[in-house]
Design a protein. Sequence first.
Length: 198
Amino acid sequence: MIKLIIQSIRQTLIWTVITGVLYPLAITVIAQLAFPRQANGSLVESNGKLVGSELLAQQFTGANYFWPRPSAATYGTGPTGLNASSGSNLGPTSAQLQTNVRNNAKALRDAHKLPANAPVPADLVYASASGLDPHISPEAARFQIARVAAARGLTEDKVRSLVEEHVELPQWGFLGEARVNVLLLNLALDAADAKKSG
């Protein structure tokens, strides 16, 4: 019996070291060597200043920016994790979900000066499952072109060209959907605006 207990303790300690220390350490070293940018959060800098991550949505509210999907997590996890990233968990029959979607669609139509029955892209009225999805569909980006161009004093063709340059195709041509990273598109928009001004 004692021998069995000692073997169990020894096995626990050995596997704790292997799976709890050595394996994570090896994976961290490999990731840092092979994919340092991704391993460190795919951080994005502009003019030497950290402005975000390609992996996390940010809130953009001005008419001169492309807007991301609505966020049930207010675009963050909070410093203590109290604001955990998540969707709303409201089901399709939820009255609250229907109210949220109607309000989001109305705000979107009002901002784009559209009639009350104009169709709007679904991803601009429904939050993502994480609440932090940094991408919108190409259709959702194209939907916003006229508003952004007018607010920036740029031609719609110029803004449309930026949108098309930022459409990311499905991975390996078949995994996922085409998408546009809102942060990267807005940074390109700022750069184009600065070039126009300069």
